[in-house]
Design a protein around this ligand. Structure first.
Ligand SMILES: [Zn+2]
Length: 180
């Protein structure tokens, strides 16, 4: 199926690696500053294309999904139950659990071992909530997204690349619901 061409804006910043921001519903490709912006753009062309394809897939996938209707408390119960069981599985200890509205991510885990889950996760299927929690708790063992990290994640979620794609699709779906 041909991908629909996505509209995007390019910005240059003093960063090392390119990234894409979707915050305001617009796609902004952020590239490292260089002497020749055109050359920088050319250098990252394939990376941009790959990323835009992932986003285009997620957007069309979003149309096939529906959002769960849970309360904040329902979410808290699920998170607490799953976090307790993953503590045993991963042999790690969580300190506190917070449910908070976050603008750019599903969850985070602090060095103090506090787990914060985005309140918007209440709209996700439980298996994806589980994946988000497991992913964050795995960061207590390995901070970076390196090979060791993904190996640990894959031992419980071998299909994690698909789960990451689904999370992006749900993110778009939730964001589009907020706009109307
Ligand atoms: Zn991570």
């Amino acid at each position: 199926m041909p991908h629909k061409i996505l509209d995007y804006e390019v910005k240059y910043r003093p960063i090392k690696y390119p990234r894409i921001e979707l915050r305001t519903g617009r796609i902004v490709v952020i590239l490292p500053e260089g002497h020749d912006p055109d050359k920088v753009l050319q250098k990252h062309e394939k990376w941009i294309k790959d990323k835009l394809n992932i986003i285009a897939d997620a957007l069309s996938e979003a149309k096939r999904k529906t959002l769960a209707n849970r309360s904040r408390n329902d979410l808290r119960e699920i998170v607490e139950r799953l976090a307790r069981s993953y503590e045993r599985e991963l042999s790690v200890k969580i300190n506190k659990i917070f449910i908070r509205r976050m603008k750019t991510k599903w969850a985070s885990c602090s060095p103090q071992r506090n787990l914060t889950i985005n309140e918007l996760a209440k709209h996700l299927p439980e298996r994806l909530i589980g994946y988000i929690i497991y992913h964050e708790m795995t960061h207590l063992i390995e901070k970076r997204h390196n090979e060791r990290f993904w190996k640990l994640v894959a031992s419980k979620y071998p299909n994690y690349p698909d789960l990451e794609k689904q999370l992006l699709a749900y993110w778009f779906l939730i964001m589009s619901d907020f706009r109307c």
